[in-house]
Design a binder for this molecule. Structure first.
Ligand code: SF4
Length: 81
């Protein structure tokens, strides 16, 4: 089966991992402020993502970070694909 493309919609059905579109991301760093448990910044302010599935207790924070990203670069993909 073809993996589904990353999306901004967190449906809560299957474990998700965080993905950043490196072309859209402008290094604003908001995502790391809103989800420091899974996102930290490199020396230039670009996100370094924890590749683990997002634990359920952090999903609300992830939704907020996705909504806050000014360039729509923060996405989720199915962690099982
Ligand atoms: S908030 Fe969006 S643009 Fe800013 S660093 Fe995070 S992914 Fe990149």
């Amino acid at each position: 089966m073809t993996p589904r493309p990353p999306t901004r919609i967190l449906d809560g059905e299957r474990p998700k991992r965080i993905v950043v579109n490196p072309i859209s991301c402008k290094g604003h760093g908001l995502c790391a402020e809103l989800l420091p448990e899974m996102i930290r910044l490199d020396d230039w302010g670009y996100p370094i993502i924890d590749p683990s599935p997002v634990p359920p207790h952090l999903e609300a924070h992830l939704k907020r970070a996705i909504a806050a990203c000014p360039t729509l670069a923060l996405l989720v993909a199915d962690a099982t694909e």
